[in-house]
Design a protein around this ligand. Structure first.
Ligand code: ADP
Length: 183
């Protein structure tokens, strides 16, 4: 599904984000920036050593990446030129400002992308794997934040893709994007 909105093409797809053809892909990293399981492992495997080397350099300079913030590296061997690594919140029953923290991931990623002249990027469903964030709630935070960004930054991004790995997220995003942008 794709919807043109305020000069940005918003797309929902299902698949492996390491195969995305956007200029930048987003990694659901952890604060250590040293790689992990899930999408993080897949990105480091597909992108190769150069991504990890840059993550280690950033970690040495600033001690990792706090929840809700984002850092940028090369895309290494990926088709994407860049990877933006952001750290989602661990779901804690909703008692730890998780929605705000997850929104910060999407917003700070878009701001960092724009600062680097990036015009197309792909997001995974941050925090909905190992970090246990309920998929429907995570999609609301993600879509609302991205749409708010697009409304306030008309046509800065040409294309924003939500790459859903599992069918459940895919269906949630199809419905969510359709409901939020009905024109
Ligand atoms: P987190 O720790 O933020 O929950 P995970 O990597 O465990 O990160 O999961 C985040 C989301 O990424 C989940 O919805 C998971 O299904 C999805 N995912 C896992 N591998 C890939 C992949 N190769 N491409 C896109 N999404 C993926």
């Amino acid at each position: 599904m794709e919807k043109a909105y305020r000069g940005t093409l918003l797309e929902v797809t299902q698949g492996d984000i390491t195969q995305s053809l956007t200029e930048c892909i987003v990694n659901a990293a952890n604060s250590s920036l040293l790689g992990g399981g899930g999408v993080d492992g897949a990105i480091h495997r597909a992108g190769g050593r150069r991504i990890l080397d840059e993550c280690i350099r950033i970690r040495n300079e600033r001690g990792g990446c706090p929840v809700g913030e984002a850092v940028i590296t090369t895309g290494g061997n990926l088709k994407a030129k860049y990877v933006i690594h952001t750290v989602g919140p661990v779901w804690n029953g909703g008692t730890g400002n998780e929605a705000e923290k997850l929104g910060n991931c999407y917003r700070n990623t878009l701001l960092l992308a724009a600062k680097n002249g990036i015009t197309s990027l792909s997001f995974p469903n941050i925090s909905t794997g190992i970090y246990g964030y309920p998929k429907d709630k995570a999609a609301v935070a993600a879509l609302e934040t991205v749409i708010d960004y697009v409304e306030n930054n008309n046509a800065v991004m040409e294309r924003i893709q939500f790459v859903c790995y599992d069918r459940e997220n895919y269906d949630i995003y199809l419905q969510g994007l359709g409901a939020l942008i009905s024109q």
